[in-house]
Design a protein around this ligand. Structure first.
Ligand SMILES: [Zn+2]
Length: 103
């Protein structure tokens, strides 16, 4: 093809003219990949809270795609897991205390 600015014959694959430096031809426009919405989703957080395993898996799988959303999910899952652990310890302690006081 020929440069549209100076008329020098240039390679068909050339993006800029080697002679005058003008950009030639169609600049390669890559079709923009649909960007996954990276928003902290309340629904996902609630789901992660009740099913911590889901949150952790989601975090692991989607960390690159939607880091914010995945992180929120993962953190919620961990918080939920810690809370569950904490609650179960408290419940078992209370239960043990009640049992010993009843006996
Ligand atoms: Zn040129």
């Amino acid at each position: 093809m020929f440069c549209s600015k100076c008329g020098t014959e240039i390679s068909d694959e050339a993006v800029i003219c080697v002679h005058c430096g003008a950009s030639v031809g169609q600049p390669e426009t890559k079709p923009e990949a649909p960007v996954a919405e990276d928003k902290v989703s309340i629904g996902f957080c609630i789901l992660a809270f009740f099913i911590p395993l889901f949150g952790v898996i989601y975090w692991a799988l989607k960390y690159k795609e939607t880091p914010k959303k995945a992180k929120a999910c993962g953190i919620t899952a961990i918080v939920s897991w810690v809370l569950n652990l904490f609650l179960s310890v408290i419940i078992s302690v209370v239960y043990a205390v009640l049992m010993t006081s009843l006996m």
